[in-house]
Design a protein around this ligand. Structure first.
Ligand code: BGC
Length: 347
């Protein structure tokens, strides 16, 4: 079967390879891949800056934002042939650490977790894959190919859960949220904010085009420029750019008792000047909390499945701005100004 593979650590090594059928040892459920989303992590792997091949192998099958259709599944299990499904990305470490032991692998403490398509385990960007019942999540069939948005939605579902748990240290009834960055993670974070009835603001660099229109269609307010220029003191900031100056602005402008959740991965190497004393003073005197958040466990995938099932299909369809057939995979990896989520259609 065909698969998009890469040699981690080697830029420009991606190719459409002929690989063996998925091994039965990967699980009793056989899935036909329909569509796989591409994200910043994939681009980092393709640039040779991230990613690990499975032990003893040179190449890794890429792809962690999957959508597939079950071809074969054991009777009486959670999924049956014909179901639309998404595969969970992370597997707990083999030791396991205290968090992996209770299936909170998104908080793995020893770094020995594996991730499909990222770290030491083949991904989903192959014509077929196999999986065990505990790592497959059913998608509302009415979502069709929009189910490819489930994995990135699981990551923001976790971010929102973190925000709520930290906010809940005192009376917590947030009214406003600022999302920085109108990429897929930002847009999906805003979607959850709107579903919760919050006053949602999204900030990005662009002045016009697909992103501002999409944010307005979601029912949120669009801003460009700096955080300060929005004039907001939001209860929550979900930071999705990873840009140092935006991260700092978020910490400075969040409202009293507010929570800033960092989801963007910075490249590093771009130091900026910070008045640490002033920042410390305002954070202490206003009980500001800053939390980093990555990955998702099964609970977050289920929350994400419910979020997408309840969302307006026309708006979701606008999040997937480009679909590319597998043979033209290379064009899916180019970044266009108006891209939000780009997906490779495998079948
Ligand atoms: C994925 C996460 C993963 C992270 C770090 C993200 O793109 O969505 O599941 O944990 O990369 O590898």
């Amino acid at each position: 079967m065909k698969a998009l593979t890469v040699v981690p650590g080697t830029s420009g090594s991606a190719e459409l390879s002929e690989v063996p059928e998925p091994p039965v040892s990967d699980g009793p459920i056989l899935v036909e891949t329909l569509s796989v989303g591409i994200c910043g992590t994939d681009l980092e792997i393709l640039a040779g800056e991230y990613g690990w091949a499975p032990p003893g192998r040179e190449r890794l099958v890429l792809g962690h934002e999957s959508l597939g259709r079950v071809l074969e599944a054991p009777d009486g299990g959670p999924v049956a042939a014909g179901d639309l499904v998404v595969g969970i990305v992370r597997r707990p470490d083999p030791v396991p650490c205290a968090n992996c032991a209770v299936l909170e692998w998104d908080f793995c403490r020893n770094g020995r977790y594996t991730e499909r398509g990222i770290k030491e385990r083949d991904g989903y960007l192959s014509e077929r894959y196999r999986i065990t019942p505990d790592f497959v999540v059913k998608v509302d069939p009415s979502l069709g190919r929009l189910g490819v948005l489930l994995e990135p939605t699981s990551v923001v579902a976790k971010a929102w859960e973190d925000v709520d748990r930290i906010g809940g240290r005192a009376h917590w009834a947030p009214r406003s949220v600022l999302v920085t960055g109108a990429g897929p993670i930002g847009v999906l974070a805003a979607l959850i904010g709107v579903e919760r009835g919050l006053d949602v603001h999204v900030l990005d660099r662009v002045e016009a085009g697909v992103k501002p229109d999409l944010v307005r269609a979601l029912g949120a307010t669009y801003h460009h420029g700096t955080v300060a220029e929005t004039g907001l003191t939001p209860d929550v900031v979900i930071e999705c750019t990873g840009v140092a100056s935006v991260v700092l602005d978020a910490m400075t402008h969040v409202g009293p008792g507010g929570v800033v959740c960092l989801t963007g991965v910075s490249s590093g190497g771009h130091p900026i000047e910070v008045d640490e004393g002033a920042l410390n003073r305002s954070m202490v005197l206003e009980n500001v909390a800053v939390v980093g958040s990555v990955n998702a466990n099964r609970r977050h995938y289920e929350q994400a499945a419910a979020t997408l099932a309840a969302a307006d299909r026309d708006v979701l369809a606008r999040v997937v701005t480009r679909r590319v057939p597998l043979e033209q995979w290379a064009s899916a990896l180019e970044r266009h100004d108006d891209d939000v989520k780009v997906a490779i259609d495998v079948a």
